[in-house]
Design a protein around this ligand. Structure first.
Ligand SMILES: Cc1cc2nc3c(=O)[nH]c(=O)nc-3n(C[C@H](O)[C@H](O)[C@H](O)COP(=O)(O)OP(=O)(O)OC[C@H]3O[C@@H](n4cnc5c(N)ncnc54)[C@H](O)[C@@H]3O)c2cc1C
Length: 382
């Protein structure tokens, strides 16, 4: 293992390797430390949906810019990441949701996003198999440039390109300590040796809280188990990702034909339990077949769990810590860290390599939680 690096990144999920790629292309000497294998965290468990329809400006901006980057990523990284744009259909079930949608759409359009507000009759033009009466839909929003990519291929593509530009990636290597002197990062200790470095990026998903504690930083993140299933392969039925904030459900049909989706089980408590539950299977099957009754006869093939790393306002924590110089936060994605990774990695790499400050990083800094008036992201599912 190398003994010195310009930057050490903790975590080999999509964010860790994307930052490594951006820093390596900027000419920095980077080491990624991953305790298991690449994409073994939330990245390899996720639904991999890519949505620009958010209620907060920062998430919308990051997602719009990420979609622009996703559009060119296969070519840029030299590997097909299976990015496709089938759109996101967000179902509204009440007047209150319609009003919130109108507010969100006005903000999204002000940022240049092409989003449509649909009445009930237009919903089935997008997803013909939906039972709009059964789910009590009163309207929807649709953005055709939202989509999906393969989370494994995206991670592997970033990692391969990062290595090509000189990054070192150490898998099956765990970070066990971080050292600092006079509030400045000096080194990172791992199970395979110590690396001297002035910068450490924490992209360790739900384990970021424990990593931050190594330098006495308290972050407010909580891990929530999230379950997700895949059915057997079916003929092509629809292209859009369907989501509902009322029911908490999201699902899409993959390129190979499986329906993949999830829903929270009621009253889920935070914790590190990874056991899949029968309650989820029951709740998801009942809700999914209410949305698409013809799925009643379809077999569910796989069911697995992962974690959302959730912050009090459901928005990520990004940027250099105000008290520990060289300690960079990149966590707390609260269920949407895959889709934001292209832009988040760009902003953090520009900050580390050039000192470029962006207003989004300021707004999503850890110290926003000192404020009593938090802006909460409303558009969350799963
Ligand atoms: C069921 C489910 C569905 C989801 N659906 C979506 C979706 O549709 N769209 C979307 O954008 N997001 C979705 N998400 C969220 C998304 O998966 C995450 O926000 C994103 O993958 C986070 O990536 P990351 O690289 O920051 O962290 P992770 O992928 O969690 O990677 C962190 C890595 O750090 C490593 N690590 C931890 N501690 C240490 C240590 N001490 N030393 C070394 N390595 C360490 C872990 O092993 C892990 O590989 C979903 C999540 C789940 C669970």
């Amino acid at each position: 293992m190398k003994q010195k690096a310009d930057v050490v990144i903790i975590g080999g999920g999509v964010n860790g390797v994307a930052i490594a790629y951006r820093l390596a292309t900027a000419g920095l000497d980077v080491a990624v430390i991953e305790k298991n294998y690449l994409s073994s965290g939330a990245t390899g468990k996720c639904g991999a949906g890519i949505r620009q329809q958010w209620s907060t400006r920062e998430n919308t901006e990051l997602a719009i810019q990420s979609v622009h980057l996703f559009e060119g990523l296969s070519k840029e990284l030299g590997m097909d990441i299976e990015f496709r744009q089938g759109g996101y259909l967000i179902i509204n079930h009440s007047k209150k949701e319609l009003d919130q949608s109108e507010e969100n759409v006005a903000m999204q359009r002000s940022l240049g996003l092409d989003v449509k507000i649909l009445d009930v009759s237009e919903i089935t033009e997008i997803v013909p198999v939906l039972d709009v009466k059964g789910i009590k839909a009163v309207g929807a929003t649709f953005c055709a440039t939202d989509g999906h990519a393969n989370p494994f291929l995206t991670t592997f593509a970033f990692a391969k390109a990062a290595k090509k530009f000189g990054a070192s990636i150490y898998t099956h290597t765990k970070v066990t300590g971080i050292h600092m002197k006079n509030h400045q990062i000096t080194s990172v200790e791992t199970t395979k040796g110590t690396i001297q470095t002035p910068w450490v990026v924490v992209a360790a998903g739900e384990y970021s809280k424990g990593i931050a504690a190594m330098v006495n930083i308290d972050i407010p993140n909580k891990p929530y188990r999230k379950e997700i299933l895949a059915t057997e392969r079916l003929q092509p039925l629809f292209e859009a990702m369907v989501i509902s904030f009322t029911d908490g459900i999201y699902f899409s049909q993959q390129k190979e034909g499986q329906i993949v989706g999830g829903i929270p089980i009621p009253d889920e408590k935070p914790g590190f339990d990874t056991m899949p539950t029968f309650s989820f299977l029951q709740h998801m099957s009942q809700t999914l077949t209410r949305y698409i009754p013809l799925l009643t006869q379809v077999n569910m093939l796989r069911h697995w769990t992962g974690f959302y790393d959730v912050t009090p306002d459901a928005r990520p924590i990004l940027g250099e810590d105000k008290r520990v110089k060289g300690f960079v936060h990149c966590h707390g994605f609260s269920g949407h860290g895959f889709m934001l990774s292209p832009m988040v990695s760009k902003l953090l790499a520009e900050y580390i390599s050039k000192g470029t400050r962006s207003s989004v990083l300021d707004q999503l800094a850890l110290d926003r939680f000192d404020n009593v008036d938090l802006t909460h992201e409303q558009s969350v599912v799963g």
